[in-house]
Every structure is written in C-alpha cells, then in structure tokens.
Write a protein that binds this ligand. Structure first.
Ligand code: SF4
Length: 545
C-alpha cells in the first residue's frame, strides 16, 4: 500500500492516497502503516486515489451518476463500468449469489424468498443487493424453518428489504431499534411458549451506531438473534453522513476534511458483552451465502459485519473502492469467523421462566348490554383530574358487557398540567369499534378540556356531536349549544369525568350498572373506593339509575 498526502479528490495521477489529519494519532507526521510494516491500531484509513476527477473534485467514476433518488434500473442491467447485462463490476468476482437461481414462478424472476420480479431498489453497485441475494441463499442453506424466520429491518436503505421477501415474516423497526424488537420477539416466544422464531436483523452502520446498546444487550442475553450489520461506512439514505463505524480520516458529507474519530470496534464491543459469535465479510464475496448461513444456523446471538460499498456516498465523496474494503477488513481482524464461543448459559428460550397464567382475566357477560349501535364519546378536562382513568374504566365495563371497545387519549407532554382528553368508541360490531371518527357525544369538565375539544372542532358551531354536555361553571361560546350539568359540584373534581360517563351510559343504555361495578372491583385500593362512590351517586346502592 502506497503512502502520500493530498486532497481526497484532487489530482489526476495514478497511485493511492493516504488521508491524513495533522495533530491526531496517525495523522501527518506519524509513521505510515505501509512504512512501519503494519497498520497502526487507530491509524488513518487508506483509500485509493481516484484516477480522474470532475471540475468539483469528485471522482470521475461517480460524478456522472444520476442524483440520489433517481435510481436507475436493476443491477442486472449493468454494473458501472462493467459488462452490459452484468451485475458484477470489473475486478469483482462472481459468487453464487450472483448466479440466476431456480424460479418458483414459471417465467418470473422469483427465487425461493427474494422477489426480483421488479428491480431491487438500490443504487447501481450498492452492496445491499449482493447481501440480499446471499441472504436468500443463506436462509435456504441454513436449515432453519422458513416460517420461523422474521426479518427485522432497521431504518435506512437496507430497510427497504422487507417488502422484497414477501413469503417471510417481516417487521420494520425504528432507527437503531431492530435488535431490541428482535429480542422482544424472543422474550415473548420464550415466555408465552409460542412457536420458535428466528429473527434476522438487517441494520446499517448508522442504525448500529444509534442502537449500539441494543446490540450489546442482545449479546448479553445471548438472544437467539442473527444480526447482519451492513457497514458501508456512512449513513446512506439520509445523505452520506459519517457514522460511528466510519474509518478515521475518511471524507464524508459531514466530515469533508476527513472523519476525526476512530471507528467503533464492533467485534471488540460485542466480545466484551459476551457475544457468542462474530464473523466479518466483504461484499461481494463468494463465501458470503455460507457465512450468513452459518450465523443463521447457530443458536444464540450471532453478528456478521458486512463491509459494503455505498457508491453514492462512500465512493463518490470518500473515494472508497472495493479494494479498500478488503484493506479495512484486514485492519479489523480479517474475514470469516472472528470468534465462536459455546453458549454461556444456553439461549434465551432455555433461560425463560414458564409463562404465568393471566390474573383475573376479563370474562364478558353479553347479557349486560343490548346496545345496537356504535357510540363515540369525546371527553375533555384538566390533567390529573381522572378524565383518562374514567374513559378506561368505561372501556373495561363495556368489554365486560361483551362490547368491542377502543380508547384513545391525549395530553400535553408535561403530563401533569394542561388539558386531558379521551376518546371512547363502543360497539357491538368489532369493525366499528375504531376511535377515529366524529364523536356523537362531547363532554367538557374543565376549561382546559373545553379549549382542546374546541381546537378539534368538536365544540361549538360545526361540531359533529348530536349532544354536548358541559359543567355548569364553564362559559358559553359562539354557537355553543350544550346542556349544563353540575358535574363538579355533584361528583367533585376528580370524580366529574366518571360521573359524566356513568350518567351518559345510563341515559344511552350502553350497558347495565353491574358492568360498571364489576369494572370498578378490578381497580386497586383508593381508586376503587373513589370510583365506587361516584357509581353509587349515579346508580344508587342497589343498581339502576
Ligand atoms: S446505501 Fe448508498 S448506494 Fe446503497 S442504496 Fe443507499 S445511498 Fe444508494
């Protein structure tokens, strides 16, 4: 590997360029890896000098590409600089994942799991396409039951993979949280005695940076999860920003002078967390399907770091080439299995306690309700005065009466101040019990709730509600037609919402008072006694409004 200095994209001479930063270890003036006979532990990454650059200093090879988002056709129509019709760029070797495989649908390019009837949604030359084809083969070779596989995709370009595997279970997670979602599946499967699942997490280096602790926790748990970290050295989908795994010295859109921070040692971090298995591979590589299959087949936590090329950002901005990926792999400990340890305490399934029976399950009494229509209620009051608790108690009573029910609540992020809203939908028809929709009945307990209901267009002129009830102390307003009731005076501030809903249920024939009482019996301590006082005020001690 040659060594020298210069700008990332400047010059037109051949050879290679070592990116250096003055004043940091391995920067200008520090011994170069090539001269010292071995790469420094935290030295700068060496990237090849682009042979030609455009007027803006971008490597010529990538400068003529369309803008990101104008993604040309499928990889098989021709890799950049390669043979027309080939997905393999010059210098790249064909691997099993590149070969056409059997079609399950006659005349259509459908492999066993990966659906390529339309082009893969990645930029030409993107490593993700190679990985997904290899993953398709790996699932077949691993011997796992396909119905147990759940692809858990993270945010980012690789997250587009879930719709490409239509015959597998897929879940799309929040950015960085895919490993946590996969662990949650295993906790549920183990605790509930459900059928075994095999989550395979597809996460980029950006997601792995954001959710690094989720990877650590999965390793600590030895969760039966396979994590594929698609490390293309930058955040791709969001514009080529540097990640925690960007090599030191590499120019990115957020570090145009070179990344000043050394990359996270993923293998080292996971080894310290007790991970059982870690492998690394460049992409593409002919061994890739087998490397992925070995990780998937292994019980317990397994991680594979995939060093990929993002042509649109890492290559165009940073000048990274396929050869650089090989060099990076060597600097990080080589390719193949880095460590493979026996399970520490067995898999999470073996550790999980047997499922506990549900305490006090709801047992519906369909005879408690003769409701023949859907009822939608919106109730608003002041935070901390029991509005949402009252709606939940009404929902429990409705469920005990055999109705379908949904509740949606809202309040400011401050929780303890401002308004508190609840929407409630009750119906004998499951499909109708969805909260979104115009309320038939609107109830306002306090000024804060009244304002919030008004902002939603549910109070005053134009309100969809057939009936509006407000506390007697609340002011009127333009076009407001409402019945005034002494709700706070009769039930107190903390009981007014429950009193209003109980009165509405009695007048509207939602369900019998025993449904309310049975729901209140399930409340803990003081909440139960408070609710029972209000219900007695409405229905009397013997039942009946
Ligand atoms: S990772 Fe890079 S090359 Fe791949 S699809 Fe995203 S932006 Fe394009």
């Amino acid at each position: 590997m040659g060594a020298g200095t210069g700008g990332a994209g400047g010059g037109d001479a051949g050879g290679e360029l070592r990116l250096e930063r003055p004043g940091l270890p391995g920067g200008r003036g520090a011994p170069a890896a090539g001269r010292s006979g071995g790469p420094p532990a935290r030295g700068p990454v060496a990237v090849s000098r682009p042979r030609r650059a455009d007027r803006r200093g971008r490597p010529r090879r990538f400068a003529r590409r369309g803008r990101r988002g104008e993604r040309p056709g499928p990889l098989r129509t021709g890799a950049p600089g390669g043979d027309p019709g080939s997905s393999v760029a010059p210098g790249e070797r064909r691997g099993p994942a590149d070969r056409p495989r059997r079609n399950l649908c006659r005349g259509a390019a459908v492999t066993a799991f990966l659906d390529e009837r339309s082009s893969l949604p990645y930029c030409p030359g993107c490593g993700h396409s190679h990985v997904l084809r290899a993953l398709d083969a790996a699932i077949q070779r691993s011997g796992v039951e396909p119905r147990s596989v759940v692809l858990v995709t993270d945010i980012g370009c690789v997250g587009l993979a879930d719709r490409l595997f239509p015959s597998l279970h897929t879940v799309h997670a929040l950015h960085g949280r895919a490993a946590a979602v996969a662990c949650g599946m295993q906790v549920y499967a183990a605790g509930a005695g459900a059928a075994p699942v095999k989550p395979i997490v597809l996460v980029g280096d950006g997601g792995a940076t954001i959710g690094l602790l989720h990877l650590v926790h999965a390793a600590q748990l030895d969760a039966d999860v396979t994590v594929l970290v698609h490390n293309n050295l930058v955040y791709g989908m969001t514009g080529g920003q540097h990640s925690g795994f960007t090599p030191e010295g590499l120019p990115t859109t957020t570090t145009p002078g070179g990344n000043p921070v050394p990359p996270i040692d993923l293998a080292g971090v996971l080894a310290a967390a007790g991970a059982g298995y870690f492998a690394r591979s460049r992409v593409p590589a002919k061994e890739l399907p087998d490397r992925l299959a070995a990780a998937i087949a292994r019980p317990g936590f397994a991680c594979v770091e995939l060093l990929e090329l993002c042509p649109t950002f890492a290559a165009r901005v940073g000048g990274v080439t396929g050869k650089d990926l090989g060099r990076l792999a060597e600097e990080r400990g080589g390719e193949g299995v880095i460590f493979d340890r026996p399970p520490r305490r067995g898999t999470m399934r073996a550790q999980a306690p047997p499922p506990a029976p549900l305490e006090n399950p709801l047992e519906p009494h369909p005879s408690w309700s003769a409701l023949g229509r859907t009822v939608r209620v919106a109730i608003g009051g002041r935070a901390g005065e029991g509005v949402q608790s009252a709606a939940r108690l009404a929902a429990a009573a409705a469920a005990l009466a055999g109705l379908w029910v949904a509740v949606r609540t809202d309040n400011p992020v401050t929780q303890g101040t401002g308004f508190s809203l609840a929407e409630l939908a009750l119906s004998p028809d499951r499909g109708e019990a969805a909260v979104p929709g115009s309320p038939d009945l609107v109830i306002a307990i306090a000024p804060e709730g009244m304002a919030a209901l008004g902002e939603r267009g549910w109070l005053g002129e134009g309100s969809p509600a057939a009936r509006t009830i407000i506390d007697e102390e609340l002011p009127g307003g333009d076009g407001l037609v409402a019945e005034r009731e002494p709700l706070v005076r009769r039930f107190g501030r903390r009981g007014a919402a429950l009193g209003a809903l109980a009165l509405a249920s009695a007048r509207g024939g939602w369900f019998v008072p025993d449904a309310w009482r049975a729901a209140a019996e399930r409340l803990p301590g003081s909440r139960r006694s408070g609710a029972e006082r209000v219900l007695e005020e409405v229905f009397g001690p013997e039942g009946g409004a």
